[in-house]
Unconditional design. Structure first.
Length: 398
């Protein structure tokens, strides 16, 4: 295998990290939620609290990674997270109390942050002298979440439709098994990926927060809005009488869109040095979130929404990683990814619980989805104001 081919194989192996930490351990909860809600008699607010718990764990994990990535290295954090995640999913399969479920969702968030941050930092090290290839590598890494969505989306709705709501534990077991299968190739890739530079002097790793303010605030609003769609889409479709096959098809289309998105967005990411790529991702995600609300029970609108959402939502983390890569020195990349992940987690804590409260108060989860769409539009406006500042030296500079 040639050097370039080997690097792309490493990218694909690393992409199993987001497949596990995001596609399986976080997003797939939206598929299991309707069965758990029905079997355990949860309100929308209670159901949303599990994703809030996951986001709280993600936030704690981001803080942990922010403090540890320069000391222990990105590779060790990645290994720890990818090994832990299947165990957290196994735990979710065997308990039925909201408190214990929340504990396992917190643990999954901790592990997921370690994987997401460290893997993103390692992916940014590949093809450092080739701007276009580097942008594609970062996109493919984050696009790995789509594989997890395809595998979970194609099976879980049909599985639960056949076995009944009480079989939600079997869905978690399926997710745990898929996560375990991904461990070996992900570890293989991590061992062959360059280790990002560790910061030796504290001053060199300080981030210019004021100059990044529009990007950071836009990313926060993106996190508040997008997670509502993934948390409640299946529940909304079920409430409107959609078949399990339609739910499976919709979720699978989202995953396919995530995988296809890097190729579609490659020129945008390559040319965008400021907040343009993030703003566009927020805008398309907002349209996708609002689209199914225009006409209830419309399969064409749901399919169109899924395609747009899949093609856009994972480009937001890709966009901010690329933004950091272009504007900050290499020694700050890991800390920048950790900062964005922290902001991301804060937004995800707010989104599900707030949308669930709106749904319970109004009697319609569609109202919570509409609020999420408006938040995403605000995120698009703020992100578009971000300008590049280029603190990073040229990768080829002596």
């Amino acid at each position: 295998m040639g050097r370039t081919a080997a690097q792309w194989a490493v990218v694909l192996g690393l992409s199993l990290g987001p497949a596990v930490s995001n596609g399986l351990a976080r997003f797939a909860y939206g598929l299991v939620l309707p069965a758990m809600q029905a079997d355990l008699a949860w309100s929308y607010t209670e159901a949303g609290l599990l994703n809030t718990a996951n986001a709280a764990g993600y936030l704690a994990g981001a803080f942990m990674a922010f403090g540890m990535i320069d000391r222990v290295g990105a590779r060790r954090l990645f290994v720890l997270g990818i090994l832990t995640t299947p165990l957290t999913l196994l735990g979710s399969a065997v308990v039925d109390s909201l408190a214990l479920q929340s504990l396992f969702r917190i643990a999954a968030g901790l592990a997921g942050a370690a994987v997401f941050i460290s893997g993103g930092a390692m992916a940014a090290m590949l093809f450092r002298d080739d701007r276009k290839a580097n942008a594609l590598a970062i996109s493919l890494y984050f696009g790995g979440g789509g594989l997890g969505m395809i595998l979970s989306g194609a099976v879980i709705p049909v599985l639960l439709d056949g076995l009944g709501d009480a079989a939600w534990g079997s869905a978690w077991l399926f997710l745990a098994a898929l996560s375990a299968i991904a461990v070996a190739p992900a570890l293989w890739a991590a061992r062959r990926c360059p280790e990002p530079a560790r910061v030796q002097v504290a001053a060199t790793s300080r981030l210019p927060l004021l100059r990044m303010a529009f990007s950071v605030s836009g990313y926060f609003l993106f996190a508040v809005g997008y997670i509502v769609y993934l948390t409640y889409l299946a529940a909304m479709m079920r409430g409107e009488g959609a078949s399990a096959v339609l739910v499976a098809a919709t979720w699978t289309l989202i995953g396919l869109g995530v995988i296809a998105a890097p190729f579609l967005w490659r020129p945008v990411l390559s040319r965008s040095d400021g907040g343009g790529a993030l703003g566009l991702a927020c805008l398309v995600t907002a349209i996708a979130t609002l689209l199914p609300l225009a006409l209830e029970n419309s399969a064409p609108l749901l399919v169109s929404s899924a395609v747009l959402f899949g093609l856009s939502f994972f480009m937001a983390p890709t966009a901010v990683t690329s933004f950091a890569r272009k504007n900050l020195p290499e020694a700050s990349w890991g800390r920048a990814v950790a900062l964005y992940t922290t902001i991301f987690a804060l937004g995800q804590i707010v989104g599900p619980a707030l949308a669930g409260w709106i749904a319970d108060a109004t009697g319609s989860i569609g109202q919570g989805m509409a609020a999420a769409g408006l938040v995403l539009l605000a995120g698009a406006a703020l992100s578009a104001l971000q300008r590049p500042f280029r603190l990073a030296p040229s990768p080829t500079a002596p």
